[in-house]
Design a protein around this ligand. Structure first.
Ligand SMILES: Nc1ncnc2c1ncn2[C@@H]1O[C@H](COP(=O)(O)OP(=O)(O)OP(=O)(O)O)[C@@H](O)[C@H]1O
Length: 191
């Protein structure tokens, strides 16, 4: 029997640093090139002389802020930490939240790379994610989630009946892009 399930959520997971953000950027370029409206965020490692200092959050329209930094680089200790990194919630929210506004008038593709422990220290962000994955909007979503079991909301996303999840590996990261794009267009065009 054919699987005719309608998909709204296109989710990537995989080990840290395997290439998820790189794939999402390619997908966004492709969607934008075909006239699909996109909005959202990427997160990226920040390294100096090869040493990881933290992570930035970058909106699709190029506005950048800090998501987390090595505590030793912060003048004021952060309230929330993940490993050695202090999470800069306000800076993250300033960039991320405006990009994830409701937009019911058109077929918008929201891009959320990533939905994880650091980001969930922001309650407004977590609430918005919950809303995105539990309401009935027109929006499509491309998101990344951690490979390991974590927050119940992340597990809801992983097992959502309107989601397809791809596990990115070093073996498939150069070819998986085509399958994801095909699936997205199949669902966007048939909606
Ligand atoms: N297909 C690829 N071939 C070679 N190098 C790659 C490929 N994809 C990504 N990389 C490199 O691997 C590094 C990590 O890539 P990327 O940030 O996309 O991974 P990620 O899974 O999103 O990481 P994170 O878990 O930190 O979010 C980058 O330096 C990137 O240039």
């Amino acid at each position: 029997m054919n699987d005719t399930k309608k998909l709204k959520y296109f989710v990537l997971t995989g080990d840290p640093g395997v290439g998820k953000t790189t794939i999402i950027k390619r997908i966004c370029e492709c969607l934008q090139g075909k006239g699909v409206k996109t909005s959202g965020i990427y997160t990226e490692e920040v390294r100096t002389n090869g040493i990881r200092e933290g992570f930035d959050v970058i909106s699709l329209n190029g506005v950048k802020g800090r998501l987390a930094r090595d505590q030793r680089l912060l003048s004021t200790p952060a309230k929330y930490k993940v490993g050695k990194y202090g999470v800069l919630i306000q800076e993250f929210e300033n960039i991320a939240l405006p990009t994830l506004q409701k937009d019911e008038d058109c077929k918008l593709c929201l891009v959320i790379d990533e939905i994880g422990k650091m980001e969930f220290y922001s309650i407004p962000f977590k609430n918005r994610i919950k809303e995105i994955f539990t309401n009935n909007s027109n929006n499509f979503v491309i998101a990344t989630i951690p490979i390991r079991n974590s927050d119940p909301l992340i597990e809801l996303i992983r097992h959502h009946n309107e989601a397809k999840v791809w596990v990115v590996t070093r073996g498939n990261r150069n070819i998986i892009y085509e399958d994801i794009v095909k699936e997205i267009f199949c669902n966007i065009l048939s909606n």
